[in-house]
Write a protein that binds this ligand. Structure first.
Ligand code: AGP
Length: 607
């Protein structure tokens, strides 16, 4: 959700800024801009569009300077216009600022500044910050006190960075509820929303915490608390090598397809995560009076899938709550544990849920893909997925990895609680071990079943995705993947729920994708087929996603996606991947912007 990059060096920093900008684009891509200081003036170029497009329009590479800022935007306040793109300048043009987050009280500040003669060019909340700093600078003639005084007036969430011609050797930055880190390396200093801003130049990082600001010069960094001005001493950390963006699609047309193709490897990695970390979390769950799972979007659906695994394998009901609603429902305190799931580790709704739990004394844990993320630093126990960078805004490989990790925790919990015999555990482990090969075959063969029919699926504007039991969660996730990739309306729900209202919408213009469980799951299988018959009876088109040889296709489907016959333990993962492939080819048939769908961003850092 908006990407910030800043660099100060002893040579022209524009190439580094542009690399950072490209690597941060997944955080937002409606407009972008660059500002540098050269010859005592701030030179600013910005425009509407994705980074590559704006680079061409604005010829960023013509800029030169030893200090600069870059920003890629995901609009919150104010439409997608050049004026609303960052960086923003103060009236004098002596200050330039970039921001990620939302300033809740920007209206009264704007009114106050207007009374003092400030002129605004944008509709953004961000622009008030740079004018406010300018206003306070007029009083004191010093940047740092003006910066701090302005920060004290801001309410809301922000990561921000400032440059000024009054001190062209310094980057000023601050963090409150939005991520911001400082990179140290090669005689340069960097700022970034995350490691991707400077990963090609350094892995040495100083992390800012909420409520802190920093004054960054080439020869050092001074961190202070915003409220008290008290100095904070923080050492550099060496970040691990994995988990950052590499903008290389290889032989694939889209990152989404590349990342789906990486699923066998990612599952293998999830299976190889040290037992110790998995058992530690299982033990924490076993010892906790109340446990919650939380996440949002796809990560929430992962927790719903995990909820079924915990119930089924370990006989333990662990409620899954969408992290945005978590504080309004969860009863947490000492003795409770909250397990969050997040690819980015920066999703503000999920961070807030964890902070809410922590403040009340709960133990916090998270399954996260990005090692340098805020969530990894904040929780008591983090399990790193090691799934490698996921560039496509749609989660695919990280989703299956998260499911496998939580499934492993459920298995260990079952053992700890005496719910699973050693023989059964061994069998389940063998089934899991066979999954990478199964997925390899599926990913190679399924496109032949989906690619051509997808042109017909693309013509249907209203879709329902249904399933029973764990497949209701698979249906919810597959519907989300389908709508965010294709922009077609898709609603996921349990098959049983359909007849309580939504069935009124079923007619010959609607299609339903139905996930049929393996026939061994007799009750779920029968219930799913009943739901399908109810749809057929009302003239609805049914795309059955079912296992080979299960007999279900004989009577019911208008179209089918046939999956290999696999055990009930791993079948939901196979179904998830099938849902992703269906979404991909439907979006491809429609010519959608698959890796960067409209209005979305990879890392959602605003509430
Ligand atoms: C997934 O395809 C979505 N783009 C989105 O729902 C995502 O899963 C959600 O924003 C949570 O992100 P996180 O895993 O980084 O916390």
């Amino acid at each position: 959700m908006c990407g910030i990059c800043g660099v100060i060096g002893k040579t022209n920093v524009v190439p580094q800024l542009l690399t950072g900008l490209r690597n941060l684009e997944y955080r937002g891509y409606d407009s972008c801009g660059v500002a540098v200081i050269a010859d005592g003036t701030i030179h600013l170029r910005k425009n509407v569009g994705a980074v590559e497009e704006v680079e061409q329009k604005e010829q960023f590479q013509e800029l030169e300077g030893f200090i600069g800022l870059a920003h890629t935007r995901w609009a919150t306040h104010g439409g997608v216009t050049r004026a609303n793109a960052h960086p923003h300048l103060s009236c004098s043009g002596d200050f330039a600022l970039v921001h990620n987050g939302i300033i809740d009280n920007y209206r009264p500040i704007k009114a106050w500044l207007k009374e003092r003669g400030h002129q605004f060019l944008s509709q953004t909340d961000t622009e008030v910050i740079v004018h406010l700093i300018e206003e306070y600078f007029r009083e004191s003639g010093e940047i740092e006190p003006a910066f701090r005084k302005a920060l004290a007036r801001l309410e809301g969430s922000f990561a921000l960075a400032l440059i000024s011609t009054h001190d062209p050797h310094t980057l000023f930055c601050a963090r409150q509820e939005s991520p911001l880190i400082i990179g140290v390396g090669n005689g340069n200093m960097y700022l970034g929303s995350d490691m991707n801003a400077f990963v090609e130049y350094t892995r040495e990082v100083i992390c800012l915490e909420d409520g802190e600001y920093a004054v960054v010069r080439r020869d050092g960094v001074t961190i202070r608390q915003m409220q008290t001005g008290k100095r904070v001493v923080r050492a550099c950390e060496q970040m691990p090598d994995e988990g950052y963006t590499i903008n290389d699609k290889g032989k694939y047309q889209h990152f989404m397809l590349k990342e789906i193709a990486e699923e066998p490897e990612v599952v293998q990695k999830a299976l190889e995560i040290e037992d110790e970390a998995i058992i530690r979390l299982a033990r924490t769950v076993a010892q906790s009076a109340h446990v919650y799972l939380t996440g949002i979007g796809t990560a929430f659906y992962v927790t719903l899938i995990a909820q079924h695994y915990f119930a089924r394998l370990a006989d333990r009901y662990i409620p899954a709550l969408s992290s945005d609603e978590f504080p309004f429902l969860a009863q947490v305190g000492r003795g409770s544990t909250v397990i969050a799931v997040s690819q980015s580790g920066e999703t503000i709704d999920t961070l807030r849920a964890l902070r809410y739990a922590k403040e009340r004394g709960a133990t916090t844990a998270a399954v996260v893909n990005v090692p340098s993320s805020s969530m990894v630093r904040e929780v008591d126990q983090a399990i790193l997925q090691g799934a490698g960078p996921e560039i496509c805004v749609l989660s695919t490989k990280s989703t299956v990895s998260q499911v496998i990790i939580l499934l492993r925790v459920a298995l260990e919990l079952a053992v700890l609680e005496g719910k699973l015999e050693a023989r059964m555990k061994e069998q389940y482990e063998q089934e899991l071990a066979s999954l990478p090969a199964l997925l390899t075959d599926l990913i190679a063969s399924l496109p032949a079943q989906v690619r051509v029919p997808a042109y017909e699926y693309a013509k249907v504007h209203n879709w329902f995705f249904i399933g029973r039991g764990v497949y209701s969660a698979v249906a919810l996730e597959s519907a989300l993947k389908f709508k965010e990739s294709s922009y077609l309306h898709a609603e996921g729900m349990s098959g049983g729920f359909l007849k309580h209202g939504t069935i009124a919408l079923i007619d010959e213009t609607t299609s339903t994708a139905a996930f049929v469980p393996p026939p061994e799951e007799k009750e779920l299988f029968a219930l799913t087929l009943s739901s399908i018959q109810e749809i057929k009876a009302r003239g609805g088109f049914v795309l059955g996603i079912h296992q080979e040889g299960d007999g279900s296709e004989e009577k019911f489907f208008d179209a089918e996606i046939v999956l290999p016959a696999v055990s009930p333990l791993v079948a939901p993962v196979v179904a998830l991947t099938a849902g992703q492939i269906l979404a991909y080819y439907t979006a491809l048939a429609l010519g959608r912007s698959i890796d960067k769908p409209r209005a979305l961003a990879k890392s959602v850092t605003v509430t």
